[in-house]
Design a protein around this ligand. Sequence first.
Ligand SMILES: [Zn+2]
Length: 147
Amino acid sequence: MAVRSAVAKSPKVPEIRKGDTVVVLSGKDAGKRGKVERVVRIDAAPRGGRSIFRRGSSAGGVKVVIEGINIAKRHTKPRQGSSSGIGGAPKIEPGGILEIAHPVPIGKVMIVCPSCGKPTRIAHATLETGRRVRVCRHCGEQLEVKA
Ligand SMILES: [Zn+2]
């Protein structure tokens, strides 16, 4: 929608992408590391509108779903499937514990450099090709995830 300005500087949004390894800075999973499965951008809930995300941070923001981090267990009971099969017994859905990784606000994680293994702030560099890449502030290695 909005036209991208030539200088796309958004200091508030650290560039964490899918596939990055991050360390959690706070909360019950503080200190844990995991791989980013998904980056979710949450728009601020419209006034009076209902956010699909439950209360918590009111403003929009970027969150990341990290493998094995911020797991919420949801217990489900076995129950009968809704559809009656073709003359057969109704299907029973087994109960159990679903483990769902919930998004963590991006401000609570820090990217971990795959080269030196340290959590790092992100610096940027421009390659000869003109491509902008993220680099580690400690060792200067690129943080790009190989596709
Ligand atoms: Zn490094």
